[in-house]
Design a binder for this molecule. Sequence first.
Ligand SMILES: [Zn+2]
Length: 79
Amino acid sequence: MAKNKEQDDFIKWLDEENPFSLNEEIEFFIFRCNDCGKEDEVSNCVVEEFHVDLENNEEVEVVCPFCNATMRQAKKKTQ
Ligand SMILES: [Zn+2]
């Protein structure tokens, strides 16, 4: 069963090398555009990156991919 062993090694390699492995929990936040009203999902990785430059009471803003206006978070994280 040499083939199965290779597969196991490959899966182990994926777990170690892949930053988006199952150990890393990715959440998505819904952002809504102020202008066109469309919604987009933004991963917590991106939101945290934006948060670095902000004061605690400031909201994260992203650029709308549809019309380039400002999008703000529509739903707070539920936990
Ligand atoms: Zn828009």
